[in-house]
Design a protein around this ligand. Structure first.
Ligand code: AMP
Ligand code: FE
Ligand code: FE
Ligand code: ZN
Length: 275
């Protein structure tokens, strides 16, 4: 019998660009009555290592996950990996490489900002990132703290959005490589927030690369979009997932608790993953 309850399969922690520690995420989800949560940090599985025992003690199911960035035809496509073996040595090597590249990238973005009259130091950004996967959200917060922009959003509009002068790409891997990496670590690959990429041609192409599922429910999707992805997934034999993409309020709303999916979806994911 499938357990009762609800799940959220896409949550960030301070190990990437979220605000809450992994323990705070587990505590909050437990108090909100979740049966299961997926911690899906950008380019790291540290958070899962940290709280797998703690979550188990509380009786909260913790789904191992990661959110990888891939680049294709100028798009930054995010691929979620579920139920991957977090100790997988190739995955570990890859994530270390990404972390190293992200550090250099932040320095490069700081240098470019300098050219625009903005003075940030690497240590200011590192202080905000607190050892987690470094990225633009931390630079955005530093820009707000130093008074260069009034809001977090404005930092992306003026300085670090995709078409801004201080934007620097990440380590560029293709979606096919991301999917392959997840598969070799025994995980399932799901396209994150497909509604944010402008066009279903992306989905068609990724299905050809072995994509396993679509993130149908996401705060940036309209109910019409969610239904469309659900129909598309059903017709293509893909899994469907969803989550709040909670970053703990760095972007505004906390979001945790606003997306509650029936446990049945997780059961389907688990069955496909052979768990
Ligand atoms: P990075 O991986 O360093 O390129 O940073 C990407 C992250 O920045 C995303 O996962 C979001 O959390 C955040 N982000 C990207 N674009 C925006 C935006 N326009 N407004 C707010 N947050 C954004
Ligand atoms: Fe993020
Ligand atoms: Fe994402
Ligand atoms: Zn995310």
């Amino acid at each position: 019998m499938t357990p009762e309850g609800f799940v959220d399969l896409h949550i960030h922690t301070i190990r990437s660009d979220g605000v809450f520690t992994p323990r705070e995420v587990v505590d909050r989800a437990y108090r909100l009555g979740f049966a299961g949560i997926g911690i899906a940090d950008h380019d790291t599985v540290e958070g899962i290592r940290e709280v797998s025992g703690y979550a188990a003690d509380l009786g909260l199911e913790l789904i191992p996950a990661v959110e990888l960035s891939s680049e294709w035809r100028g798009l930054d496509l995010h691929i979620l990996g579920y139920y991957l073996t977090i100790e997988d040595p190739d995955l570990d090597t890859f994530l270390k490489r990404v972390q190293a590249r992200r550090l250099l990238r932040v320095q490069e973005m700081i240098d470019r900002l300098q050219g625009q009259g903005v003075n940030l130091s690497l240590s200011q950004v590192q202080e905000i990132a607190k050892g987690g996967t470094m990225g633009r959200p931390h630079i955005a917060q530093a820009l707000v703290e130093q008074g260069y922009v009034p809001t977090y959003e404005e930092a992306f509009v003026r300085f670090i959005g995709y078409h801004c002068p201080a934007y620097v790409p990440k380590l560029e891997i293709s979606p096919a490589e991301a999917i392959g990496l997840i598969h070799r670590a025994s995980g399932l690959a799901v396209l994150a927030h497909p509604g944010t990429y402008d066009g279903e041609w992306v989905i068609d192409a990724l299905i050809g690369e072995g994509l396993d599922g679509l993130e149908a429910w996401h705060p940036e999707h309209s109910s019409h979009q969610s239904q469309r992805f659900l129909d598309l997934a059903r017709s293509q034999g893909l899994l469907v997932t969803g989550g709040s993409d909670c970053h703990g309020g760095r972007k505004g709303r906390v979001l945790l608790g606003e997306v509650k999916l029936p446990y049945r979806l997780l059961a389907e994911l688990k069955a496909r993953a052979g768990r």
